[in-house]
Design a protein around this ligand. Sequence first.
Ligand code: ADP
Ligand code: AMP
Length: 223
Amino acid sequence: MIAILLGPPGAGKGTQAKRLEEEHGIKQLSTGDMLRAAVARGSRVGKLAREAMEAGDLVSDQIVIQIIAERITEPDCANGFLLDGFPRTVAQAGALDAMLEDIGKRLDAVVEIAVPEDILVKRISGRISCADCGAVYNEYFDPPKEEGRCDRCGGTNLVRRKDDNPETVRQRLVAYREQTAPLLPYYDNKGLLKRVDGTQPIDKVAHDIDRALGVVGLAPPDC
Ligand code: ADP
Ligand code: AMP
């Protein structure tokens, strides 16, 4: 399956993508995670992306399109993948269409996780993630079972994202409204868009996404 999770920052894309990967074996491709790793490594891409990310702006289409074009041809994507945070502009969506056509594949579904802005701001202000394994928590809505320790890997390196501060969040919401929201009619016109109410508890959102993707009750391929 090839699918996209679409929605504003804080909607729950990463939370649901990681769960889908664990429960259903659908590979998560998060451009945000890839770019943060590039910044941390200090690579050429990281140096080019850093300033825009810290300002809450989008990184250039050229950079993210190249990252995804290379990544989707790797062997672990052969059975499909779930895009989290890509595409974010109509130009990126057009490039994705062309990439998939080149490799003889097609997009199966686009799921919008819809959440109003006041809830997003509260969620982002409470987001913490495990620097060791990438698991995402929320100090208000979804804390780890033991304070300061990751449920998934047991690590104690729980951190806040540098761009999860009030000014940057405001700019990220503007970027979503102006540059990413036009993808909703883009995919709706292709008959691919499904909408899920992302204000519900995590398990309920998970259930609705599984139904939208048609993976209810499906175990990972190698189980
Ligand atoms: P995104 O990848 O869309 O930016 P995340 O998956 O990182 O969003 O989620 C943002 C924050 O909101 C995280 O702290 C996460 O734990 C929390 N969260 C995700 N889904 C829900 C939900 N349905 N209800 C409450 N909090 C949620
Ligand atoms: P995310 O982890 O998805 O919230 O992304 C964090 C930041 O990475 C964004 O605010 C952008 O600066 C950058 N980014 C991630 N994905 C993209 C993309 N597809 N296009 C442009 N910038 C991106």
